[in-house]
Design a protein around this ligand. Sequence first.
Ligand SMILES: Nc1ncnc2c1ncn2[C@@H]1O[C@H](COP(=O)(O)OP(=O)(O)OP(=O)(O)O)[C@@H](O)[C@H]1O
Length: 272
Amino acid sequence: MSDVLLSARDLTKRFTSRGPYGRRNEFTAVDGVSFDVRLGETLAVVGESGCGKSTTARIVARLMEPTSGLLEFEGEDITHASGARLAAYRSNVQVVFQDPFSSLNPRHTVERILMAPLDYQGIAPKGGRRAYTRELMERVGLNPDHAHRYPKQFSGGQAQRIGIARALAVDPRLVICDEAVSALDVSVQAQVIDLLRRLQRESGFSYVFIAHDLAVVRQIAQRVAVMCKGRIVEQGPCAEVFDDPRDPYTRTLLAAIPRINPEWDRRRRAAG
Ligand SMILES: Nc1ncnc2c1ncn2[C@@H]1O[C@H](COP(=O)(O)OP(=O)(O)OP(=O)(O)O)[C@@H](O)[C@H]1O
């Protein structure tokens, strides 16, 4: 049996806009991107701002359709799936966004937020809403007595834990973290990364981990795809890509954070 959970082939996304004098401008944000996500692994997608990471994430989450290309989940073509097939896919693939405060409804309690994905799927949680909310909150290290609080009553790190708990509520096979720890302070970031790793160990799902910070990627991902101007310029196991980058753009990204890898740093200094 294949160990590939999700397969993206030649994904392309073009945006059109109206320029001066009504001229149509076409812009290719994602340009022929291919990768596999294997069962239980973390694939990081890295690159500078504007390189197309979030657009790729939105296509994989099927929040957006690609202009062309193929997206397969467990061998099934879901590139243009709609209706019940799309709803089923959306319960298998959940997203944790960068800013918890803008991705959590400020007027809803934690319980309502955590139950929303189940409500969308028409699923009644076994044991009831209150018990399931408490269970989810405990899994992500939140006090279950705070289920009736609102997002604003939590710190940034706690709010991101709510976003993570919401993603887990429907027991997904794949969780897309779109810059999910980027807005957090470094110490909080480390705690949330630990949490993400523990949850993966417990539940066995895969992550697509979108990030611009390679030091963070190194802590969580087994494989990495490096994006530049809409294309993947290099991908492979983190150890290989970080220790022996083939592409000049990857080297530039790594050079921007010299302390990511002491060994790589040592070799770079030795090479002059
Ligand atoms: N809906 C849209 N319409 C037009 N252009 C878009 C749209 N969404 C994204 N873009 C453009 O596509 C390019 C890639 O954007 P994207 O958000 O995917 O990059 P990114 O690598 O995630 O960057 P960031 O980390 O800053 O979010 C950018 O130039 C962006 O302006």
